[in-house]
Design a binder for this molecule. Structure first.
Ligand code: SGN
Ligand code: CA
Length: 545
């Protein structure tokens, strides 16, 4: 395992900070004079493929001009990753700068250790005003925030419930659309804050998370377009192991007609696996006001009817599902983009752009039909990788690009370093500040460790860990199977060469031409497991698997 001595760069003073990254000449004054404000904007499940700053095919039809403003005026990260591709663990990692097994939130539902040190509390102690609005998703009360207004669990798109300190943590229904409401609360808080103190604000949107419900003004947007299908939409998983085959996140087989695709006309003769889907879609509909529901049915009703009358073949139905999915998903992104534009305008009008670091990212990546999938969890690229844009005019030149390997363990150390605050606990991540100049620092990590734990659980993705060095990716699937239908006990590797096989269609682990890389990465993985005290999935290097 390669990790630099700059690990956990959280330092007490601006001059120490600059001593640690010599390439930041000219920045010292900035750090010493005025501590920066911090805005961390994080969406839920926003794929980098669906953001026009990254230039993919989807965004040619559905661009994101406002989010792109952050890239144009700042830095785009081409290799930003998570350490565990799922919401609550990712949020806990953001707060603590730790890998999942250290903060305890390895899986979606529980585990966060209440005594974890979180970066907002350290900023608060150092005189920052701190706030979080939107999705929280941890089972503990937010700590380290002067103000919070958080969504209940996953949050709802229409008329969602929010809790604040003033309601003693009780959730209260608010009328409106989640993305707009979350932005309202962010701007209200900014407006009322004590303008003499620096601030740190986390804006965590629910969108574009399942079940992808757009705002009424966008029901017709993209309706006449046909989004392109990824080349591997009809992947048959040849050369991949059982995990890729036994997942339950296929658009064709697992995306539900009711809840996901909003076909409420399917009332009779439902196959049993769609029953829950209908009930959940009814619950989401019941949240809407009669007026909202009427607008929804006026837009979606005729389209549903046309689809049902068309008597589609299995393949045509898969394509219809993909189009319905991606259009609704991109419509929710359109609202996110509008609202981020509104927030950026507010910051501009209030002269807050120069001394604020603005970060845009997602809690993990997402499959937009690659391998035939939606959802995330796997270490395969589209779920493992996230969008990451950072704007901070004092240190970052407009239009810069970073190709170094960065991970969500790095956010907390970055924010603490910028504020000149030292962490009492050693974090796993490292400050991104040395990357802001655009030059490659002398020492930077050469690979990343990933570990997914949440099995058995919805979508049935098997446990795995692995290492990625920017070109080669080794994935180690392991663990007990849960019953006959959900698979046997497994222990195997996959290896991909992202340069020649960017879509990870060809597992070359058993190809002798790649033996050197397989052996090298197995050693790296073993090194991470030892150094990080990993307790599950440990390798025995003497055993050939
Ligand atoms: C819910 C979703 C799943 C999703 C998980 C985790 N089902 O369980 O599809 O994988 O959240 O998502 S839903 O019926 O409730 O929409 S995460 O973004 O929170 O990690
Ligand atoms: Ca998520």
């Amino acid at each position: 395992m390669k990790n630099s001595s700059l690990n956990n760069l959280s330092v007490a003073t601006g001059s120490m900070l600059c001593a640690l990254f010599a390439s930041c000449t000219g920045n010292e004054k900035a750090v010493q004079s005025e501590r920066p404000n911090i805005i961390h904007i994080m969406t839920d499940d926003h794929a980098f493929q669906a953001l026009s700053a990254y230039g993919g095919a989807i965004s040619k039809i559905a661009p994101t001009p406002n989010i792109d403003r952050i890239a144009q005026k700042g830095m785009i990260f081409q290799r930003a990753y998570v350490e565990n591709s799922i919401s609550a663990p990712s949020r806990a990692t953001l707060l603590t700068g730790l890998y999942s097994h250290k903060h305890g939130q390895e899986i979606l539902t529980n585990g966060f250790k209440p005594d974890n040190t979180v970066f907002p509390e350290l900023l608060q102690q150092a005189g920052y005003q701190t706030a979080i609005v939107g999705k929280w998703h941890l089972q503990v009360e937010p700590k380290g925030f002067d103000y919070y207004k958080i969504l209940k669990n996953q949050g709802d798109y229409y008329n969602p419930e929010f809790a604040t300190k003033e309601t003693n943590g009780e959730y209260v229904r608010e009328e409106g659309y989640a993305t707009t409401l979350t932005t309202d609360y962010a701007i209200n808080w900014l407006d009322k804050r004590d303008k003499k103190k620096p601030f740190c604000l986390l804006v965590h949107h629910k969108a574009p998370h399942r079940n992808f419900m757009p705002e009424s003004k966008y029901y017709d947007l993209y309706e006449d377009s046909e989004f392109p299908y990824p080349d591997n939409f009809f992947d048959d998983y040849t050369s991949r192991g059982p995990a890729a085959k036994s997942q339950q996140m296929s658009i064709m087989h697992d995306m539900t007609m009711g809840y996901d695709l909003k076909v409420n006309e399917l009332n009779d003769n439902l196959p049993p696996h769609l029953e829950w889907s209908k009930a959940d879609w009814e619950k989401a509909r019941a949240r809407m006001t009669p007026k909202q529901l009427q607008a929804w049915d006026a837009a979606y009703g005729p389209r549903n009817k046309a689809m049902l009358e068309a008597n589609l073949s299995a393949k045509e139905l898969a394509k219809w599902k993909y189009q319905r999915y991606i259009k609704d998903y991109m419509r929710t992104i359109k609202s996110v983009d509008d609202q981020i534009g509104r927030l950026l305008d507010y910051l501009e009008e209030n002269k807050l752009m120069d001394n604020t670091i603005i970060v845009y990212t997602s809690d993990q990546g997402f499959y937009m039909g690659e391998h035939g999938w939606f959802d995330k969890r796997f270490m395969y690229e589209e779920s493992f990788r996230t969008p990451l844009l950072i704007m901070y005019p004092k240190m970052i030149k407009a239009g810069s690009v970073c190709n170094e390997l960065v991970q969500n363990i790095d956010y907390a150390p970055t924010y603490l370093a910028l504020a000149g605050v030292e962490s009492p606990v050693k974090m796993d991540g490292r400050s991104l500040v040395p990357l802001f100049s655009g030059d490659k620092p002398q020492e930077w990590r050469e690979n990343l460790y990933y570990h997914y734990y949440d099995y058995p659980a919805i979508h049935m993705v098997r446990r795995h860990d692995g290492v990625f060095d920017g070109r080669y990716k080794l994935i180690h699937f392991y663990g007990e199977g849960k019953g006959k239908d959900e698979g046997a006990d497994i222990e195997y590797f996959e290896l991909y060469d992202l340069l020649t096989d960017p879509h990870e269609m060809k597992n070359v682990y058993n190809d002798t031409a790649y033996k050197e890389h397989a052996d090298r990465l197995r050693k790296e993985l073993h090194g991470y497991q030892q150094d990080l005290d990993i307790v599950e999935g440990n390798l025995n290097l003497n055993e050939k698997i």
